[in-house]
Each structure stands twice: as C-alpha cells, then as structure tokens.
Design a protein around this ligand. Structure first.
Ligand SMILES: C[S@@+](CC[C@H](N)C(=O)[O-])C[C@H]1O[C@@H](n2cnc3c(N)ncnc32)[C@H](O)[C@@H]1O
Length: 478
C-alpha cells in the first residue's frame, strides 16, 4: 500500500495518510458507514416508537422531532458526510468539477421559487401536485384578475420557465415533479411556505415574512444579497489595494453593490428598507432552526443569581434574549444594537453585566475590529463579568494540533470521513465565506479566538464545540 504524507513540512500533527491503492475499499467503508448509521437511526426510533420524518410530507416541528434525538442527529451527520464523500469518490471528476462550477444556478432558482411564492401556491395541493400553469395562477381567485396580477407576479409564466426552474430544484430534492410539469411541495420546499394566504402576500409583498419564523427571509437574503456579493469574492481578493484589508467597507459587497458603506450602513439606506427587514427576520430564522439545546446549552445560565444582567451585544431584534428569557426567567436582559460605542451604552445604563453575550457578532468583524469591540466590553465589564460568544468554531479539514483550552478537542468522526466531519459540517465554512464577502469578517478556529480574546483583554477559559452550528466560546476578564 502506498501512503503519501502531505504537507508534513507545515504540520505539527500527524499528516493525513492518503491511501492511493485502496479506492474500492474506501467506497465500501463509506457505504458500510451509511448502512451502520441507518441501523443506529432505525433502532433509536424503534426504541421510542417513532417514525423517521417523510421527505414527502410538509415540515412540522412535531414530525421533525424524531430526527432531533442526539443519537439520530449524530448518525445522520455520518450518513450525510459519508454520502457526500462517496459521491466525490465515485463520480467522474470531470462531472464533479463542472457541476460544482455551475451549481450556482440552484440558489438562483431557489430565489425565483421563493419570490413567485411557489411553496404557498402548492400548500394545499397535496401530493398529486399542480401543473406549472396552476402554480403561476393559483385557483380560487377570479381568473381574469389573477391572470393580470399573475402575469406581473409570475414573470416567467409565458414560456413555462417555472417548470424548468422547479425541475432543477426537484432534481436537487427541493419540490417533487410528480408527473410532467406537475409539481408538489415536499418536506424541504414546504420550509419556504410562510403559511400566509397567497392573496395577502400579493397584496402586501413587503410584509411577506412579518410574523413568520423567517426561513423564506433567510433564503431570500442568502440568494439575493449574499449570492450577488459572492460573485465578487475573487475580484476583492485579487485587488492589490484590498487583498489584505481588514476594513468592513473594502469587501466583495462593496464591489457588488458599488458602495463605500459598510454592510450595516448599506442595509440602513432608505432604498434597502426591505433588505434590512429581511435581514433581521433571517437572523430570527437562524434562531428558530437551531435546536434549543444548542442555544441554551454550553453555558450554565441557571447558575447565575436572580436579577443577573445579561447584555446582548448586537442583539438584533432580540431573538437570543427572548429564548434565554423564556428558559431562565430569573435573569434580566439589556438588548443593545447599533451603538457604535458599547462602553458608553452600558455606562449610561449604569449596569455591571453578569454576562456579555454576542451571538453572530464577532464573525462579522476582522480581528482588528474584534479586538476593539472586546476592549470596549472589557472596559465596561466588572471583575466577575463573563463573556459568552456564540459563533461557529471552524476546524481544519485534517487532524488538528492539540490545545490546552477546555472543550477544544472533540472525538474524531469515524474513518474514512474527513477530520472535521466533512460535508455534514459545511455550514460553518459557508458562513465563513459569507462573513468574508460582506464584512471582511471571519469564522475562527480556537487558537484564533484565543488570540483576539487575549488582545482584547479577556482570557478564553472554555469552549463548548458544536461542529456545523453555534459553539460557545467563554471568557473572563484577564
Ligand atoms: C448578524 S446580526 C446578529 C444579530 C443577533 N445577535 C442574532 O444572533 O440574532 C449582527 C447585528 O450586529 C448589529 N451591529 C452592527 N454594528 C453594530 C454596532 N456598531 N453596535 C451594535 N450593534 C451593531 C447589527 O445591527 C445586527 O443586528
């Protein structure tokens, strides 16, 4: 067996061993891992008398709960990582590279489906589906008026383009094409459904996501603002003036939208009012889609005394505070957002916080600005104030150097999966790109957090890692 060590000149850990003459054995190992993980899922569900959620039924929290059991979640992650690795190994590389390069059409079609409200139109249709003409012209409304309204709304309806858009999505398992040109919602597409009547959406499209969990808002934000921005990633990277910039207004977003403003300033322009609202709701959706134990676990909130003040820095529309308040009624909360100098905001309120919590904040900023933020918080902190950061912790895709920080290491996934859990944990890396393109921000490794904490006047004492989602990074004053 030939084993090629790679990158040994850079690594302090053991290099990845690349087994070049046992490709079939690796395929078999991946396939076995899928089978054994499904066995785990089956017996876990059987022990509780539960059913695995059907991919063809609309999403609901109740029917989704069997998938949320910790052993089912972990086995599911192994299946996802193994299946993606299996595809990468078994598919001709020419197909993989070309499909990857043109895969951007999928988010593009997703945005089109959301903006023509396809999931809402299909809501009550059921598994028999609706012809694409019907998707473009919902039943139950005067057809002439509908035709007029819908001709505007469904800009693609004339030549049947929605079918092509929906077909690409169906091929990616979002919607189902049940017979030629006839589509139905499936579990994934049903997530796009706001639950609102189609007429209400058409009459006030600006309110489409108001009062919803915000998943559609998140998808629109990602497939509109972020998608357009992402196409300028390389342009910003290769600009000699900007390539090493840590400034929040020298990013792909600045090139994409031809602005000198930072993303947050740009969102606040009057012409971006809908985008700003959508962004707030998108953050709410992040909260809704994250299992509660991932938000509430990782820090001993219940150990804080009654009345202890939690300052939610950059708390947005308050989703994190609300979740904490519901679970820990003994705590008090201060929501802070868009106060450039947090130190002054806290001083004005004469508060010594028990905890500063920052969820999805530090990742918006380069190290330079994180250190400024952390120093301001340190100046406003009392000697016992704790710092709780919720952000992704990213790992190398190979074995990591060991670290002395409590909680920083996690058990390796089963062989032959990548050391970081592979595709199952890809969300953190996608978020990292989102932060880079919009803010010159970053998701960070544990040593990177350690460095900015240290320079910001805090000591990183503990992390609670959750690969692929929010981890807790906890500090105390230095
Ligand atoms: C990614 S969002 C996260 C919102 C919230 N923490 C959550 O998890 O839902 C970032 C937030 O930082 C806020 N922000 C940006 N600049 C700020 C500043 N200078 N001071 C306070 N908040 C700021 C934005 O308005 C936005 O609400």
């Amino acid at each position: 067996m030939k084993i090629f060590p790679i990158g040994f000149h850079q690594l302090k850990t053991s290099p990845v061993a690349l087994h070049t003459d046992s490709a079939l054995a690796e395929l078999r190992a991946l396939s076995n891992l899928i089978n054994s993980s499904i066995d785990v899922i089956e017996s876990s569900l059987a022990s509780r008398g539960e059913k695995f959620p059907s991919p063809y039924e609309p999403f609901s929290k109740e029917t989704e709960s069997p998938r949320m059991a910790p052993d089912v979640r972990s086995a599911s992650s192994n299946v996802v990582a193994a299946a993606a690795q299996l595809i990468a190994s078994i598919r001709p590389p020419t197909s993989t590279i070309v499909i990857t390069a043109t895969q951007f059409h999928v988010p593009s079609c997703l945005r089109a489906a959301v903006e023509v409200h396809a999931a809402e139109v299909l809501r009550d249709i059921g598994l028999q589906g609706l012809h694409v003409k019907g998707i473009a012209a919902p039943t139950g409304v005067d057809s002439e008026k509908l035709g007029t309204k819908m001709a505007k709304l469904y800009a693609f309806s004339v030549n049947g383009t929605p079918a092509r858009i929906l077909r690409l999505l169906a091929t990616n398992h979002i919607f189902t094409e049940v017979s030629p040109d006839v589509f139905a919602n499936n579990r994934i597409s049903s997530l796009l459904d706001t639950g609102k009547p189609i007429e209400e959406i058409i009459n006030s499209p600006q309110d489409k996501y108001h009062g919803t969990v915000g998943i559609g808002a998140l998808i629109e934000h990602a497939t509109d603002d972020a998608f357009k921005t992402s196409s300028y990633l390389t342009d910003a990277l290769t600009d000699p003036k900007w390539t090493s910039s840590e400034e929040p207004n020298q990013t792909a977003l600045n090139l994409a939208f031809k602005t000198d403003l930072t993303a947050f300033e740009w969102f606040e322009l009057p012409e971006n009012a809908r985008r700003l609202r959508r962004f707030g709701l998108a953050m709410k959706a992040n909260q809704e889609m994250t299992p509660q134990d991932e938000i509430l676990g990782g820090f001993e909130w219940k150990s804080l005394p009654p009345g202890a003040v939690i300052v939610d820095v950059g708390g947005g529309i308050g989703s994190m505070c609300l979740t904490l308040a519901k679970a820990h009624g003994h705590l008090s909360f201060v929501l802070q957002d868009r106060e450039a100098i947090i130190k002054d905001a806290v001083k004005k309120a004469k508060i010594t916080p028990a905890v500063f919590v920052l969820r999805a904040i530090l990742h918006d900023w380069s190290d330079k600005y994180c250190i400024i933020i952390l120093r301001h918080l340190r100046a406003a902190a009392g000697p016992k104030t704790q710092l709780v950061i919720l952000d992704s912790i990213v790992s190398y895709a190979c074995p990591e150097p060991s670290s002395s920080i409590t909680g920083s290491s996690f058990p390796p996934p089963p062989a032959p999966l990548l050391a970081n859990g592979g595709y199952a944990n890809s969300r953190g890396y996608l978020m990292d790109m989102q932060m880079l393109i919009g803010f010159n921000g970053s998701e960070r490794t544990v040593p990177q957090f350690d460095k900015i904490f240290d320079e910001g006047g805090w000591k990183l004492v503990k992390v609670h890692r959750r690969p692929g989602t929010f981890s807790h990074i906890i500090g105390v004053p230095k």
